[in-house]
Design a binder for this molecule. Structure first.
Ligand SMILES: NC(=O)c1ccc[n+]([C@@H]2O[C@H](COP(=O)([O-])OP(=O)(O)OC[C@H]3O[C@@H](n4cnc5c(N)ncnc54)[C@H](OP(=O)(O)O)[C@@H]3O)[C@@H](O)[C@H]2O)c1
Length: 238
């Protein structure tokens, strides 16, 4: 299949890194976004050494001023973005805490990074997708969007809102040919999982590479799922 231009937020580690590497191996061109330059450079280097096309852009999704420059830079590096993966996310302060112990500022920051940042970035990039009549926007969510787990309040609220943002974008962009999906990756052995549940047995958790392989299937054949839907990656079969 023809390689696509893909922007992945949170591309320096965990699922974003695994997805970037998997997509680049299959001939897609990727722009990876994160705040930390060093880890981002390492992933870009790994991909280039394997013959893939990758670029890193340092940006904070929670910073309003960073979003339009990021969108412009990404398109300048690989061409118009055809697939946008909103993968970067924050848990808020850890150890995770009860709502009663959550500062309003921490809830606001979690919403800025996990919800408002993706909203701004879609606004910056979906116009071109609509103009050419095709595009794919993926919102990486969590089962915490659906289940109310004690201590996961700020994160869960942000992911529940992200799911609804996804459904609403899908309804509004359907006629323009832009597909929008929410993705539940399931648990993975990543830094985020360790920060949230340090006591978990890591040997029982899937490697993000396995999860990324399923996400690649969604990116390459998104029409298998109705736009606006929620894809549980553990249920995706090739
Ligand atoms: N791991 C799990 O078990 C699990 C389960 C369900 C859902 N998820 C979801 O899956 C996605 C990936 O999770 P993961 O476990 O791979 O996370 P991770 O290992 O913590 O990686 C997060 C990535 O996002 C970047 N990032 C964080 N805050 C950012 C910000 N403000 N601006 C830009 N980039 C930022 C990080 O780099 P910098 O720190 O350098 O910015 C890093 O590249 C997330 O949406 C998460 O909610 C994960």
């Amino acid at each position: 299949m023809e390689g696509k231009n893909v922007l992945i937020t949170g591309g320096s580690q965990g699922l974003g890194r695994a997805l970037g590497r998997s997509l680049a191996r299959r001939g897609h061109r990727v722009v990876l976004v994160a705040r930390g330059q060093e880890a981002l450079d390492r992933v870009v280097q790994e991909i280039r050494e394997e013959g893939g096309v990758a670029h890193g852009v340092v940006a904070d999704l929670g910073d309003q001023e960073a979003i339009y420059p990021l969108a412009g830079q990404a398109a300048a590096l690989i061409g118009p973005i055809e697939v946008l993966v909103h993968n970067a996310s924050t848990l808020g302060p850890t150890p995770l805490r009860l709502l009663m112990d959550t500062e309003c500022e921490d809830l606001l920051h979690t919403l800025e990074v996990n919800l408002v940042g993706p909203f701004r970035l879609t606004k910056a990039l979906a116009g071109h997708m609509a103009l050419v009549g095709r595009g794919l926007v993926l919102h990486v969510s969590s089962d915490a969007a659906i289940q109310a787990y004690p201590r996961w309040g700020a994160y869960g609220v942000s992911k529940a809102a992200l799911d609804h943002l996804s459904r609403t974008w899908a309804a509004e962009l359907a006629e323009a040919g832009v597909r929008v999906l929410a993705i539940d990756p399931g648990e993975m052995d990543t830094a985020m999982h360790q920060a949230a549940m340090p006591e978990a047995d890591r040997t029982q958790l899937p490697d993000p590479i396995q999860v990324a392989a399923r996400l690649v299937q969604v990116i390459e054949a998104p029409a298998r799922w109705p736009s606006g839907g929620r894809v549980v990656l553990s249920e995706v079969r090739s």
